[in-house]
Design a binder for this molecule. Structure first.
Ligand code: NAP
Length: 150
């Protein structure tokens, strides 16, 4: 498993279990000469074409991260990918989180069992929500920002 992150997060991503870490400030995974079976794109910094070139035949690209714009903007690339997917011999999919209590409970179980390691950057009290949102909007949180309700 290969992780891609900025320089300051290389150690963190390695500690989470990545076999190889690519520092996106120095190297570009779409130009590394490597090919992948599955790409989980949390950032969408690269075009569909660039990702397609480094996907193995039969590989899958899952688009998770947002791109520019608040409403339809972030959906344009995933929709193009979904339309092209049947013709490419590769699978393009979009992941949109649906917040369901059962899924959160399952995540909690996986964490308790040590199978998922959460990364928590900062914790805020409910009264500090504006500060938490400001920090989130800076776009540099390392993992999750927690608001403690009680
Ligand atoms: N599909 C869905 O349902 C769904 C749901 C939630 C979130 N998302 C998406 O998931 C992504 C992550 O969201 P988030 O809430 O965790 O916060 P975020 O603020 O988007 O992520 C911040 C982190 O991303 C790193 N980062 C920024 N650009 C990067 C790049 N080009 N390559 C590697 N790392 C990069 C930052 O590192 P530096 O600080 O060093 O720049 C920082 O550690 C976002 O794109 C968001 O739109 C999707």
């Amino acid at each position: 498993m290969t992780g891609v992150c900025s320089t300051r997060n290389v150690g963190l991503v390695r500690s989470l279990g990545a076999d190889q870490v690519i520092d996106c400030k120095r190297d570009d995974y779409t130009r590394s000469g490597q090919h992948f079976d599955l790409i989980l794109d949390n950032v969408r910094n690269h075009s569909l074409l660039a990702n397609r070139k480094v996907l193995n035949p039969g590989g899958k690209l899952v688009m998770i991260g947002g791109s520019s714009g608040n409403w339809l903007g972030p959906l344009t690339r995933p929709i193009a990918g979904l339309r092209l997917s049947p013709f490419m011999g590769q699978d393009f999919a979009m992941l949109l989180a649906r917040l369901k209590p059962d899924d959160l409970a399952m995540l909690g179980d996986l964490m308790r069992a040590g199978k998922v390691t959460p990364v928590i950057d900062r914790r805020y009290a409910l009264s500090e929500v504006p500060e938490a949102i400001r920090y989130s909007e800076e776009g540099h949180a390392r993992g999750k920002i927690i608001v403690k309700v009680q």
